[in-house]
Design a protein around this ligand. Structure first.
Ligand SMILES: *Cc1c(COP(=O)(O)O)cnc(C)c1O
Length: 216
């Protein structure tokens, strides 16, 4: 078997229904996804548009597909008909394009705003100041999208304190926003290396790839 069933069962048990597992299958074959589907897994995450579209075509239609990568505006149209949740929305321009394509497909597409929580420069997302200045009036006019939560990626670091503080920060930002935007329910944080800590810090959606499917 090309997937780690033991790890899968351990993760599912540790979640105790408090968080949703998104199995990140990027760069892995559809046959691996089928194996995990047969264990009962339905939420899968992908980073690349063309790969996601191919897998959508090949695989059972009750899979909930999460787009977790960096999405380019000109590619939104390919996933708009079926995507379940877009995690990495990092600009109003992208949100407007998702809205446009959603309306064309008679859909409301749930989205997460990506928040820049890592100290590393390379990660995408809104920083604190940008988030505080987001024009919610503008966003609320977009009838084809619904902002249902936040997503963040912590630093790739051995420094547990640093990673933990980044998760704590995202949770605080989330709680603050939620006070005025009750639609915000999802806090997507935690990957193979840090998901236990992410859950301790209040994650309710984890995105796990290599622990389940092996190294890419
Ligand atoms: C690849 C990826 C993951 C999964 O990473 P692993 O370390 O393999 O668990 C999670 N989130 C995002 C945004 C990713 O790009």
């Amino acid at each position: 078997m090309a997937i780690n069933v033991t790890a899968y069962n351990e993760i599912i048990q540790s979640l105790e229904n408090t968080a949703t597992l998104v199995a990140v299958s990027k760069l892995k074959p559809s046959s691996d996804i089928e194996l995990m589907y047969n264990l009962g897994q339905r939420n899968f995450g992908e980073n690349y548009v063309q790969e996601l579209v191919n897998k959508y075509d090949q695989l059972p239609k009750d899979i909930l597909w999460h787009f977790i990568g960096h999405l380019q505006s000109n590619k939104v149209k390919y996933i708009a008909p079926f995507v379940h949740l877009i995690h990495g929305v990092d600009s109003l321009k992208l949100l407007q394009e998702i809205n446009k394509q959603a309306i064309k497909n008679n859909r409301v597409i749930p989205c997460l705003l990506q928040v820049h929580i890592a100290q590393e420069e390379t990660k995408f997302g809104f920083d604190d100041a940008e988030l505080a200045n987001i024009n919610w009036e503008e966003i609320n006019k977009l009838s084809g999208v619904s902002i249902v939560g936040l997503m963040g990626m912590a630093s790739f670091s051995e420094n547990e304190n640093k990673v933990r503080n980044e998760f704590k920060h995202l949770k605080n930002v989330f709680l603050k926003l939620q006070a005025t935007h009750s639609n915000l329910q999802i806090i997507s944080m935690g990957m193979s290396g840090d998901y236990l800590m992410a859950i301790e810090e209040g994650s309710n959606m984890i995105r796990i790839g290599s622990l389940l499917f092996g190294n890419r």
